[in-house]
Write a protein that binds this ligand. Structure first.
Ligand code: ZN
Length: 181
């Protein structure tokens, strides 16, 4: 018996007829290449069967097309490409379908009454604080205004006095200048 990857694949997937198994098993025991290939195939089938909820190894999508091509139904050269693509597509679909769900929708039960109460309370509190703040500011402003008003009057008085003094001085100067010339 020569190396036959198609038979190996069927054997790994438990699709090889019982009558064909002894010859293949004998070949595997003598051929290290086919034994290694069978190990790889078994690893793949084990991953698909035993760990359906975990993401299978990435290499599943890139595993040899020749190995995965169905042997009995589509063993015609023109169909090999399609067959490989089909098997690969099935493998990918299987992988995607068994990927663990990553997105979880958390439904939060609406609680309109308590939230409404909290909002109302907060608004009332804010309004009370605003009113308090406004009153305090208004009083401070009034006091400041009174102070400024007083200061302004005092300043005006001083300015007026200063102006009068200037007028007086300038008239004196003019008199002096006039007298000097
Ligand atoms: Zn072999």
């Amino acid at each position: 018996m020569t190396c036959n990857t198609d038979l190996l694949r069927d054997y790994a997937f438990d699709e090889l007829p019982a009558a064909d198994r002894p010859a293949l098993q004998r070949h595997i025991s003598e051929c290290s290449g086919c034994a290694a290939e069978l190990d790889q195939l078994r690893l793949t089938t084990a991953a698909l069967r035993v760990l359906p909820d975990q993401e299978p190894p990435r290499r599943i999508a890139f595993i040899s097309d020749k190995v995965f091509a169905p042997s009995r139904l589509w063993n015609f050269a023109p169909w090999l490409g399609f067959a490989s693509a089909g098997v690969m597509a099935v493998t990918l679909i299987f992988t995607v379908a068994h990927r663990p769900v990553e997105v979880q929708t958390v439904y939060v039960k609406p609680q309109p009454v308590p939230i409404d109460d909290i909002v109302k309370k907060a608004v009332a509190q804010t309004r009370a604080e605003d009113a308090q703040l406004f009153n305090a500011r208004f009083e401070a402003s009034e006091a400041k205004h009174d102070k400024e008003h007083k200061f302004l009057i005092e300043a005006l008085t001083v300015m007026q006095q200063g102006h009068n003094t200037d007028l007086l001085l300038s008239s004196t100067n003019t008199t002096q200048n006039g007298a000097g010339q």
